[in-house]
Design a protein around this ligand. Structure first.
Ligand code: SF4
Length: 227
């Protein structure tokens, strides 16, 4: 079995899985190159400093102290070993959360029965996806992942990072209406932050007042995040 490459572990977090006290494992590696990536160091598989042995030794000591474990990244499913690790975490009686960009629908389908909650990035209208990810043919993969999650009725939060130079008001409206029409019930808009990025984007951001009127009402749960 190949080893899981982990770039870091946050022992306790209350913000990475809404409503849960979770440990977060940041898996190394991502095939995409979003200009606002806040963990761009973790785009490389070589950013790993720990393995699954470190993670499972840590979790052994945290039984009963955590609600769950979140795999984040990078893109966690960029590593085939992530599917087996997800199964093992679940077997330890932790709830399992996943942050994903949706690039690996096949691996997502293999892991889905062990996952309790997913935070799925929705980066752009489907036909504009590649200009954010810097990679060809990406929207199709995310749409497939979203379909799997909706069909499986997994507890799902979709999230869109908004930089005004990358997404227009019309783009934001198109994303919101598309998600709502597909049955997505939870959407968060995350204002761009320069922290942790390569710093190449213009230093602009957005505020709640920039959000086109009425979009929040399309969802049961909506949040505008600045942090
Ligand atoms: S998909 Fe996520 S981890 Fe990968 S480059 Fe984009 S923001 Fe960074």
């Amino acid at each position: 079995m190949s080893h899981l490459r982990i770039g870091g572990i946050t022992p306790f977090s209350t913000v990475d899985w809404p409503g849960k006290l979770a440990c977060v494992a940041f898996l190394a590696g991502c095939p995409w190159r979003c200009p606002y990536c806040q963990n761009h160091v973790l785009q490389s598989f070589d950013a790993a400093t720990q393995t699954e042995d470190d993670l499972f030794a840590f979790l052994e000591q945290r039984r009963g102290l955590l609600d769950g474990v979140v795999f984040s990244g990078g893109e966690p499913l960029a590593q085939s070993a992530a599917v087996e690790a997800i199964r093992q975490v679940k077997q330890m009686d932790f709830e399992m959360g996943l942050h994903t960009c949706g690039a690996y629908p096949q691996r997502l389908s293999e892991a889905l029965s062990y996952i309790d909650w997913v935070g799925l990035d929705i980066k752009a209208p489907w036909d504009a996806y590649d200009r954010i990810t810097g990679t060809q043919d990406t929207g199709r993969l995310v749409l497939e992942s979203l379909g799997l999650l909706l069909d499986a009725k997994v507890d799902l939060e979709t999230r869109t990072t908004w930089h005004p130079a990358l997404l227009s008001d019309a783009d934001i409206m198109a994303i919101a209406h598309d998600l709502a029409s597909r049955g997505v019930r939870s959407w968060a808009v995350q204002a761009y932050r320069a922290t942790g990025t390569t710093g190449k984007l213009p230093a602009e951001t957005v505020y709640p007042s920039d959000l086109p009127e009425g979009l929040d009402a399309l969802f049961d749960t909506f949040e505008f995040r600045r942090a």
